[in-house]
Design a protein around this ligand. Structure first.
Ligand code: SF4
Ligand code: SF4
Length: 361
Protein backbone atom coordinates (compact mmCIF):
# COMPACT_ATOMS: atom_id res chain seq x y z
CA UNK A 1 0.00 0.00 0.00
CA UNK A 2 1.31 3.51 -0.79
CA UNK A 3 2.05 5.87 2.09
CA UNK A 4 -0.06 8.99 2.08
CA UNK A 5 2.62 11.00 3.88
CA UNK A 6 6.18 11.48 2.72
CA UNK A 7 8.93 10.42 5.12
CA UNK A 8 11.75 12.95 5.45
CA UNK A 9 14.79 10.96 6.49
CA UNK A 10 18.22 12.23 7.53
CA UNK A 11 21.49 10.55 8.47
CA UNK A 12 20.71 6.88 7.81
CA UNK A 13 23.34 5.21 10.02
CA UNK A 14 24.74 1.96 8.52
CA UNK A 15 24.77 0.13 11.86
CA UNK A 16 24.89 -3.63 12.37
CA UNK A 17 21.94 -5.33 14.13
CA UNK A 18 22.21 -4.83 17.89
CA UNK A 19 23.41 -7.73 20.00
CA UNK A 20 20.95 -9.41 22.36
CA UNK A 21 21.62 -8.23 25.88
CA UNK A 22 20.53 -9.64 29.20
CA UNK A 23 17.92 -7.57 31.04
CA UNK A 24 19.70 -5.40 33.62
CA UNK A 25 18.88 -5.55 37.30
CA UNK A 26 15.62 -3.68 37.90
CA UNK A 27 16.87 -1.18 40.45
CA UNK A 28 13.71 0.89 40.77
CA UNK A 29 11.57 -1.78 42.53
CA UNK A 30 14.64 -2.66 44.61
CA UNK A 31 15.05 0.94 45.74
CA UNK A 32 11.34 1.14 46.65
CA UNK A 33 11.62 -2.08 48.67
CA UNK A 34 14.71 -0.79 50.51
CA UNK A 35 13.09 2.55 51.38
CA UNK A 36 9.91 0.85 52.62
CA UNK A 37 11.97 -1.62 54.67
CA UNK A 38 13.90 1.32 56.13
CA UNK A 39 10.67 3.03 57.21
CA UNK A 40 9.32 -0.09 58.93
CA UNK A 41 12.70 -0.92 60.56
CA UNK A 42 13.74 2.54 61.79
CA UNK A 43 11.59 2.72 64.96
CA UNK A 44 12.98 -0.67 66.06
CA UNK A 45 16.62 0.46 66.03
CA UNK A 46 18.17 1.01 69.47
CA UNK A 47 21.01 3.38 70.38
CA UNK A 48 22.60 3.43 73.82
CA UNK A 49 19.61 1.65 75.35
CA UNK A 50 16.99 3.99 73.86
CA UNK A 51 14.95 4.04 70.66
CA UNK A 52 17.41 5.52 68.11
CA UNK A 53 14.88 7.83 66.43
CA UNK A 54 12.06 9.13 68.62
CA UNK A 55 10.15 12.41 68.73
CA UNK A 56 8.97 11.87 72.32
CA UNK A 57 6.24 14.50 72.58
CA UNK A 58 5.31 13.58 76.17
CA UNK A 59 8.89 13.92 77.43
CA UNK A 60 9.51 16.85 75.03
CA UNK A 61 12.75 15.40 73.67
CA UNK A 62 13.92 14.30 70.23
CA UNK A 63 16.39 11.39 70.13
CA UNK A 64 18.41 11.09 66.94
CA UNK A 65 20.98 8.27 67.16
CA UNK A 66 22.45 9.40 70.47
CA UNK A 67 21.92 13.12 69.83
CA UNK A 68 19.15 14.63 71.99
CA UNK A 69 17.32 17.82 71.15
CA UNK A 70 15.17 19.69 73.70
CA UNK A 71 12.43 22.32 73.19
CA UNK A 72 15.02 25.13 73.30
CA UNK A 73 16.75 23.46 70.30
CA UNK A 74 13.76 24.05 68.01
CA UNK A 75 15.96 26.39 65.94
CA UNK A 76 18.16 23.41 64.99
CA UNK A 77 15.11 21.47 63.82
CA UNK A 78 13.93 24.44 61.75
CA UNK A 79 17.43 24.78 60.29
CA UNK A 80 17.46 21.08 59.39
CA UNK A 81 14.07 21.47 57.71
CA UNK A 82 15.37 24.47 55.71
CA UNK A 83 18.47 22.49 54.61
CA UNK A 84 16.30 19.56 53.50
CA UNK A 85 13.89 21.83 51.60
CA UNK A 86 16.76 23.61 49.80
CA UNK A 87 18.39 20.27 48.98
CA UNK A 88 15.11 19.19 47.38
CA UNK A 89 15.01 22.37 45.28
CA UNK A 90 18.61 21.82 44.10
CA UNK A 91 17.93 18.15 43.38
CA UNK A 92 14.84 19.06 41.35
CA UNK A 93 16.83 21.57 39.31
CA UNK A 94 19.64 19.11 38.60
CA UNK A 95 17.73 15.85 38.20
CA UNK A 96 14.01 16.63 37.79
CA UNK A 97 11.28 14.98 39.87
CA UNK A 98 13.44 12.13 41.16
CA UNK A 99 12.01 12.62 44.64
CA UNK A 100 8.44 12.13 43.34
CA UNK A 101 9.26 9.12 41.22
CA UNK A 102 11.54 7.25 43.58
CA UNK A 103 11.26 8.31 47.22
CA UNK A 104 7.96 10.09 47.91
CA UNK A 105 5.79 8.06 50.34
CA UNK A 106 2.82 8.43 47.98
CA UNK A 107 4.80 6.71 45.20
CA UNK A 108 6.27 4.03 47.49
CA UNK A 109 2.99 2.94 49.05
CA UNK A 110 1.11 3.19 45.74
CA UNK A 111 3.71 0.84 44.23
CA UNK A 112 3.33 -1.54 47.19
CA UNK A 113 -0.47 -1.55 47.00
CA UNK A 114 -0.37 -2.01 43.21
CA UNK A 115 2.06 -4.88 43.61
CA UNK A 116 -0.29 -6.57 46.14
CA UNK A 117 -3.19 -6.05 43.74
CA UNK A 118 -1.30 -7.60 40.83
CA UNK A 119 0.03 -10.51 42.93
CA UNK A 120 -3.48 -11.33 44.20
CA UNK A 121 -4.93 -11.15 40.69
CA UNK A 122 -2.11 -13.36 39.40
CA UNK A 123 -2.48 -16.07 42.07
CA UNK A 124 -6.23 -16.25 42.73
CA UNK A 125 -9.58 -16.24 40.87
CA UNK A 126 -11.35 -12.86 40.67
CA UNK A 127 -13.55 -12.86 43.80
CA UNK A 128 -10.97 -14.29 46.28
CA UNK A 129 -8.31 -12.05 44.71
CA UNK A 130 -10.42 -8.99 45.51
CA UNK A 131 -10.95 -10.14 49.10
CA UNK A 132 -7.24 -11.00 49.56
CA UNK A 133 -6.22 -7.65 48.12
CA UNK A 134 -8.41 -5.68 50.53
CA UNK A 135 -7.35 -7.80 53.51
CA UNK A 136 -3.66 -7.31 52.71
CA UNK A 137 -4.18 -3.59 52.06
CA UNK A 138 -5.83 -3.24 55.47
CA UNK A 139 -3.03 -5.15 57.23
CA UNK A 140 -0.32 -3.06 55.54
CA UNK A 141 -2.22 0.16 56.28
CA UNK A 142 -2.68 -0.79 59.97
CA UNK A 143 1.01 -1.69 60.38
CA UNK A 144 1.99 1.55 58.63
CA UNK A 145 -0.17 3.52 61.10
CA UNK A 146 1.46 1.77 64.08
CA UNK A 147 4.95 2.31 62.64
CA UNK A 148 4.26 5.99 62.02
CA UNK A 149 3.08 6.58 65.59
CA UNK A 150 6.13 4.54 66.70
CA UNK A 151 8.28 7.54 65.71
CA UNK A 152 6.45 9.63 68.35
CA UNK A 153 5.70 7.08 71.06
CA UNK A 154 8.06 4.17 71.94
CA UNK A 155 7.27 1.36 69.48
CA UNK A 156 7.84 -1.36 72.09
CA UNK A 157 5.06 0.17 74.18
CA UNK A 158 2.70 0.25 71.16
CA UNK A 159 3.10 -3.37 70.10
CA UNK A 160 4.32 -4.96 73.35
CA UNK A 161 1.01 -4.65 75.18
CA UNK A 162 -1.46 -7.56 75.22
CA UNK A 163 -4.66 -7.34 73.14
CA UNK A 164 -6.61 -5.10 73.34
CA UNK A 165 -3.68 -2.66 73.32
CA UNK A 166 -3.57 0.00 76.03
CA UNK A 167 -3.04 2.86 73.58
CA UNK A 168 -3.73 6.39 74.74
CA UNK A 169 -6.45 8.43 73.03
CA UNK A 170 -4.05 10.35 70.78
CA UNK A 171 -2.10 7.17 69.88
CA UNK A 172 -5.34 5.42 68.84
CA UNK A 173 -6.49 8.45 66.85
CA UNK A 174 -3.23 8.84 64.90
CA UNK A 175 -2.80 5.12 64.24
CA UNK A 176 -6.33 4.95 62.80
CA UNK A 177 -5.91 8.25 60.94
CA UNK A 178 -2.58 7.30 59.36
CA UNK A 179 -3.79 3.80 58.50
CA UNK A 180 -6.91 5.22 56.84
CA UNK A 181 -4.80 7.81 54.96
CA UNK A 182 -2.43 5.09 53.70
CA UNK A 183 -5.30 2.84 52.63
CA UNK A 184 -7.16 5.64 50.84
CA UNK A 185 -4.17 7.36 49.23
CA UNK A 186 -2.26 4.26 48.09
CA UNK A 187 -5.26 2.07 47.31
CA UNK A 188 -7.68 4.48 45.67
CA UNK A 189 -6.57 8.10 45.20
CA UNK A 190 -3.06 7.30 43.88
CA UNK A 191 -2.15 9.74 41.07
CA UNK A 192 -4.96 12.13 42.11
CA UNK A 193 -2.90 12.96 45.22
CA UNK A 194 0.01 14.02 42.98
CA UNK A 195 -2.23 15.89 40.57
CA UNK A 196 -4.69 17.64 42.83
CA UNK A 197 -3.35 17.65 46.40
CA UNK A 198 0.46 17.82 46.46
CA UNK A 199 1.85 21.38 46.78
CA UNK A 200 5.31 20.32 45.56
CA UNK A 201 3.75 19.11 42.29
CA UNK A 202 2.31 22.60 41.80
CA UNK A 203 5.61 24.46 42.30
CA UNK A 204 8.29 22.06 41.05
CA UNK A 205 8.29 23.62 37.55
CA UNK A 206 9.65 26.87 39.03
CA UNK A 207 12.86 25.04 40.00
CA UNK A 208 13.45 23.48 36.56
CA UNK A 209 15.07 24.90 33.44
CA UNK A 210 15.89 23.69 29.94
CA UNK A 211 18.81 21.62 31.29
CA UNK A 212 16.71 19.73 33.83
CA UNK A 213 16.18 16.10 32.76
CA UNK A 214 12.64 14.90 31.97
CA UNK A 215 11.27 11.71 30.51
CA UNK A 216 11.35 11.92 26.70
CA UNK A 217 10.21 9.77 23.82
CA UNK A 218 12.68 9.83 20.93
CA UNK A 219 10.11 10.56 18.22
CA UNK A 220 12.71 10.85 15.44
CA UNK A 221 13.59 7.23 16.04
CA UNK A 222 10.16 5.91 17.04
CA UNK A 223 7.82 7.46 14.45
CA UNK A 224 5.83 6.51 12.55
CA UNK A 225 4.77 3.95 15.13
CA UNK A 226 3.01 0.71 14.38
CA UNK A 227 2.93 -3.07 14.75
CA UNK A 228 5.00 -5.18 12.38
CA UNK A 229 6.16 -8.75 11.90
CA UNK A 230 9.25 -9.83 13.84
CA UNK A 231 12.70 -9.93 12.27
CA UNK A 232 12.77 -6.60 10.41
CA UNK A 233 15.23 -4.94 12.76
CA UNK A 234 15.21 -1.40 14.13
CA UNK A 235 15.66 1.80 12.14
CA UNK A 236 19.43 1.71 12.58
CA UNK A 237 19.82 -1.93 11.57
CA UNK A 238 17.79 -1.56 8.39
CA UNK A 239 19.31 1.80 7.50
CA UNK A 240 16.14 3.85 7.66
CA UNK A 241 17.76 6.32 10.03
CA UNK A 242 16.15 9.10 12.04
CA UNK A 243 13.31 11.30 10.83
CA UNK A 244 13.86 15.01 10.58
CA UNK A 245 12.51 16.76 13.72
CA UNK A 246 9.51 18.35 11.98
CA UNK A 247 8.18 15.10 10.51
CA UNK A 248 8.78 13.29 13.80
CA UNK A 249 6.83 15.79 15.88
CA UNK A 250 4.11 15.91 13.18
CA UNK A 251 3.59 12.12 13.34
CA UNK A 252 3.71 12.12 17.15
CA UNK A 253 1.12 14.91 17.24
CA UNK A 254 -1.15 13.15 14.73
CA UNK A 255 -0.98 9.91 16.68
CA UNK A 256 -1.86 11.69 19.94
CA UNK A 257 -4.69 13.79 18.45
CA UNK A 258 -6.53 11.54 16.05
CA UNK A 259 -9.74 13.41 16.88
CA UNK A 260 -8.49 16.57 15.17
CA UNK A 261 -5.78 15.19 12.85
CA UNK A 262 -7.67 12.13 11.62
CA UNK A 263 -6.36 8.56 11.67
CA UNK A 264 -2.68 7.98 10.93
CA UNK A 265 -1.93 6.74 7.42
CA UNK A 266 -0.70 3.20 6.89
CA UNK A 267 3.08 2.84 6.47
CA UNK A 268 4.84 -0.13 4.97
CA UNK A 269 6.83 -2.08 7.60
CA UNK A 270 10.25 -1.03 6.29
CA UNK A 271 9.35 2.64 6.80
CA UNK A 272 8.09 2.30 10.35
CA UNK A 273 10.02 3.72 13.28
CA UNK A 274 11.06 1.68 16.32
CA UNK A 275 7.85 2.25 18.32
CA UNK A 276 5.82 -0.94 18.05
CA UNK A 277 2.74 0.85 19.39
CA UNK A 278 2.45 -1.94 21.95
CA UNK A 279 1.11 0.47 24.60
CA UNK A 280 3.27 -0.95 27.42
CA UNK A 281 4.59 2.51 28.33
CA UNK A 282 1.02 3.77 28.75
CA UNK A 283 -0.23 0.72 30.68
CA UNK A 284 2.46 0.99 33.37
CA UNK A 285 2.32 4.76 33.84
CA UNK A 286 1.05 5.52 37.37
CA UNK A 287 -0.06 8.97 36.18
CA UNK A 288 -2.04 7.58 33.22
CA UNK A 289 0.10 9.49 30.70
CA UNK A 290 1.30 8.65 27.22
CA UNK A 291 4.93 9.81 27.24
CA UNK A 292 4.92 9.72 23.42
CA UNK A 293 2.63 12.78 23.42
CA UNK A 294 5.55 14.84 24.80
CA UNK A 295 6.86 15.80 28.27
CA UNK A 296 3.98 16.47 30.67
CA UNK A 297 3.94 18.52 33.88
CA UNK A 298 2.23 15.63 35.70
CA UNK A 299 5.06 13.19 34.92
CA UNK A 300 6.71 12.18 38.20
CA UNK A 301 9.81 10.81 36.47
CA UNK A 302 9.34 7.33 37.90
CA UNK A 303 10.90 5.68 34.83
CA UNK A 304 8.33 2.88 34.63
CA UNK A 305 7.62 3.73 30.98
CA UNK A 306 11.36 3.62 30.25
CA UNK A 307 11.73 0.19 31.87
CA UNK A 308 8.68 -1.17 30.03
CA UNK A 309 9.88 0.15 26.68
CA UNK A 310 13.45 -1.06 27.20
CA UNK A 311 12.11 -4.55 27.96
CA UNK A 312 10.10 -4.45 24.73
CA UNK A 313 13.10 -3.17 22.77
CA UNK A 314 15.31 -5.95 24.12
CA UNK A 315 12.70 -8.57 23.23
CA UNK A 316 12.69 -7.28 19.64
CA UNK A 317 16.48 -6.92 19.59
CA UNK A 318 16.22 -3.17 19.03
CA UNK A 319 18.55 -0.78 20.87
CA UNK A 320 17.10 0.43 24.18
CA UNK A 321 16.58 4.11 24.95
CA UNK A 322 13.54 4.89 22.78
CA UNK A 323 12.18 6.42 25.99
CA UNK A 324 14.86 8.04 28.10
CA UNK A 325 15.59 10.71 30.66
CA UNK A 326 17.12 13.73 28.96
CA UNK A 327 16.92 17.50 29.20
CA UNK A 328 15.10 19.50 26.49
CA UNK A 329 18.52 20.97 25.59
CA UNK A 330 20.04 17.52 25.12
CA UNK A 331 17.09 16.42 22.98
CA UNK A 332 17.78 19.41 20.72
CA UNK A 333 21.48 18.51 20.74
CA UNK A 334 22.46 21.76 22.45
CA UNK A 335 25.51 21.63 24.75
CA UNK A 336 24.73 21.51 28.50
CA UNK A 337 24.98 24.75 30.47
CA UNK A 338 26.96 24.46 33.69
CA UNK A 339 26.27 27.98 35.00
CA UNK A 340 22.51 28.35 35.46
CA UNK A 341 20.71 31.00 37.57
CA UNK A 342 18.37 28.60 39.42
CA UNK A 343 21.19 26.15 40.17
CA UNK A 344 23.43 28.92 41.50
CA UNK A 345 20.61 30.36 43.65
CA UNK A 346 19.75 26.97 45.21
CA UNK A 347 23.39 25.92 45.71
CA UNK A 348 24.41 29.23 47.30
CA UNK A 349 21.35 29.17 49.63
CA UNK A 350 22.24 25.64 50.69
CA UNK A 351 25.86 26.57 51.33
CA UNK A 352 24.79 29.61 53.34
CA UNK A 353 22.41 27.52 55.48
CA UNK A 354 25.10 24.90 56.09
CA UNK A 355 27.62 27.63 56.97
CA UNK A 356 25.22 29.20 59.49
CA UNK A 357 24.46 25.76 60.97
CA UNK A 358 28.16 24.88 61.39
CA UNK A 359 28.84 28.26 62.97
CA UNK A 360 26.21 27.79 65.70
CA UNK A 361 26.77 24.10 66.43
S1 SF4 B 1 5.37 9.18 31.82
FE1 SF4 B 1 6.85 7.58 32.46
S2 SF4 B 1 8.18 8.58 34.00
FE2 SF4 B 1 6.33 9.88 33.73
S3 SF4 B 1 4.94 9.20 35.35
FE3 SF4 B 1 4.41 8.01 33.48
S4 SF4 B 1 5.62 6.11 33.66
FE4 SF4 B 1 6.49 7.57 35.14
S1 SF4 C 1 6.59 0.75 25.18
FE1 SF4 C 1 8.01 1.55 23.61
S2 SF4 C 1 7.46 0.39 21.79
FE2 SF4 C 1 5.73 0.11 23.18
S3 SF4 C 1 4.28 1.78 22.65
FE3 SF4 C 1 5.63 2.57 24.27
S4 SF4 C 1 7.28 3.66 23.15
FE4 SF4 C 1 6.27 2.27 21.67
Amino acid sequence: MTDRLTLHLVDPPPAPPPAVRRAPLRWRPLLSALLLAGFYALPWLRWEGRQALLFDLTARRFDLFGWTLWPQDVGILLGLAAVLATTLVLLTNLAGRVWCGHACPQTLWSRLFRWIEQAAAHCLPAAPARAAKHLLWLLVAAWTGITFVGFFSPIHGLVGTPWPPAWSGWETFWILFYAAATWGNAGFLREHVCRELCPYARVHGVFCDSDTPRMHYHARRGEPRGPRVAGLGGVQARGRGLLDPTSASDYAFRAAHEDIAGPMPHFSADRLGDCLDCGDCVTVCPMALDVRAGPHADCIGCGDCQDACDARMRAWQFPTGLIRRASPSAMQQRPPRWIRPRTLAAASTLLALLGIGLHYL
